[in-house]
Design a protein around this ligand. Structure first.
Ligand code: FES
Length: 103
């Protein structure tokens, strides 16, 4: 059964930035894209590197290790060498708090 868990406040993640959190033993990366918040797994599907030290470019993250590119909106692969999408997590805002849905 899944539930929404508070991970941060809006002010902790300014526009065009991202921040990693551990929630229920899963590393997730919350990204602020022009005031819209998206959450993806903080683990590259290519070789399991954390993505948090990579770059957020508009609605895409770039893995720091070999440069794979993913959509933070749906987790899809937008650039090699990754071929498998990364997980995404439902994200909602309530009273300046950011919540993500986890199992
Ligand atoms: S581990 Fe991310 S591109 Fe290789």
């Amino acid at each position: 059964m899944s539930d929404f868990v508070k991970v941060a406040t809006i002010s902790e993640i300014p526009p065009r930035s991202m921040k990693s959190f551990e929630v229920n033993y899963t590393r997730v990366l919350v990204c602020n894209v022009r005031g819209h918040f998206y959450t993806v797994a903080d683990e590259c599907s290519h070789d399991s590197a954390p993505i948090t030290d990579g770059k957020l470019e508009n609605d895409q993250v770039v893995c720091p290790r070999h440069g794979a590119r993913f959509s933070v909106v749906d987790g899809s692969v937008l650039g090699p060498p990754a071929i498998v999408p990364i997980d995404t997590f439902n994200t909602k805002i309530e009273n300046d708090n950011i919540y993500i849905e986890v199992d």
